[in-house]
Write a protein that binds this ligand. Structure first.
Ligand code: HEM
Ligand SMILES: *[C@@H]1O[C@H](CO)[C@@H](O)[C@H](O)[C@H]1NC(C)=O
Ligand SMILES: *[C@@H]1O[C@H](CO)[C@@H](O)[C@H](O)[C@H]1NC(C)=O
Length: 333
């Protein structure tokens, strides 16, 4: 006997949408376990080489991932090159001549395409590479939900609208985080990323010579640090704008909680870093993280997890780019 048609029909209608729903929204930690078992080893080896060659690369990758996720979500849009039809993100103010680490992602992607072609997204590679790099400079680790897909476009204007600025107020920068489903605590704990890496003079120079239009240095800057920074970053508009100062004057190469200790001693570098001490709420968090490394690590890991899930593409949305610099030309066929 054939089954009763109305029942099998309703079975079809009830289950099909459910199956697609699960496929299109589920991210998993073991997403590539079967489809690309070599992925963790490829990531680890490349990051090992890159960190041995240049410790700063950990900082640069961490920042690259932040700038990907905070602008229109984690979709590897920051990796896309400009085209004649699209002015992308990597050359927008805040990113241009500043972001680093693209070659490391490219090298990983090339290997991954050899072992498991058209399987692993650029956005997942960027997140796994960042996690590994931070771990290799003594930082914490965190879970990365995998199976996210790469965006089809990048937006120059979004960078200006969505990226926090070192010169903006805490309130304004917090608004950038909350509009992404992140909060003030995420801002404070993720700013702890400034325990590694460098900033160019141009990003903090106003603090040294003309703070808030006063014609004077920021009165809060530690005197010894002020004179060091003024000689490294003279008051001229020339090549010295690109000179680099460590974001964590104490231990620039290791991921620890010195960033917060620095803020308390008045040697935070960026205006936005120092600004965390001007608000009683954030200053309290800074103090907590300065005397509790484990709390900082745990909270940092949790916030990185949250950052990794900002407006992600999954299932049938987006694509797996073959080359992280360009959208696949044959997509949609
Ligand atoms: C209030 C928010 C933030 C502001 C205003 C800010 C601003 C900056 C600026 C101006 C620089 C120097 C860039 C240059 O010299 O061109 C920098 C570097 C850096 N930022 Fe942030 N940042 C913020 C939050 C974050 C977050 C959330 C992360 C990561 C989770 C992060 C990670 C880094 C790292 C690691 C560097 C050093 C990069 C390197 O040496 O290549 N920042 N940031
Ligand atoms: C090593 O680091 C330098 C400086 O960042 C970079 O220019 C170079 O490409 C790196 N070399 C390798 C093999 O990764
Ligand atoms: C904060 O944002 C407002 C609205 O965009 C802007 O007018 C103001 O200049 C900003 N202030 C600072 C210090 O960032």
């Amino acid at each position: 006997m054939a089954p009763n048609p109305p029942i099998s029909l309703s079975f079809l209608f009830l289950t099909l949408p459910f199956v697609f729903f699960v496929q299109s929204t589920e991210l998993r930690y073991d997403f590539y376990d079967e489809s690309c078992p070599h992925l963790p080893m490829i990531i680890r080896n490349h990051i090992w080489d890159a960190v041995q060659n240049d410790t700063r690369i950990a900082a640069s990758l961490l920042r690259l991932q932040f700038h990907d996720c905070i602008v229109d979500g984690c979709d590897a849009s920051v990796l896309l090159d400009d085209t004649k039809d699209m002015k992308g993100e990597k050359n927008a103010p805040g990113n241009v001549k500043s972001l680093r680490g693209f070659e490391v992602i490219d090298a990983i992607k090339t290997d991954v395409e050899t072992y498991c072609p058209e399987t692993v997204s650029c956005v997942d590679i960027l997140s796994l590479a960042t996690r590994e790099a931070v771990y290799q400079v003594e930082g914490p680790s965190w879970r990365v939900p995998l199976g996210r897909r790469d965006g089809l476009t990048a937006n120059f204007k979004s960078v200006q609208e969505q990226l926090p600025s070192p010169k903006a107020s805490l309130e304004n920068n917090t608004a950038k985080f909350t509009s992404k489903g992140l909060d003030l605590k995420d801002l404070v704990v993720l700013s702890g990323a400034h325990t590694i890496g460098f900033a160019r003079c141009v990003t903090f120079k106003l603090r040294l010579f003309n703070y808030k239009g006063s014609g004077q240095p920021d009165p809060d800057i530690n005197a010894a640090m002020l004179s060091d920074l003024q000689s490294m970053c003279p008051n001229r508009n020339d090549g010295t704008n690109a000179n680099l100062a460590p974001l964590d004057v104490a231990t620039v190469d290791s991921f620890d909680n010195e960033y917060y200790t620095n803020l308390i001693s008045g040697v935070g570098l960026l205006e936005s870093d120092h600004g965390l001490m001007a608000d009683s709420n954030t200053a309290q968090m800074v103090r907590q993280y300065s005397f509790d490394t484990n709390l900082f690590y745990d909270d940092f890991a949790e916030s990185m997890f949250r950052l990794n899930t900002v407006r992600v593409l999954s299932g049938r949305d987006g694509q797996i780019r073959k080359n992280c610099h360009v959208v696949n030309v044959d997509d949609g066929y």
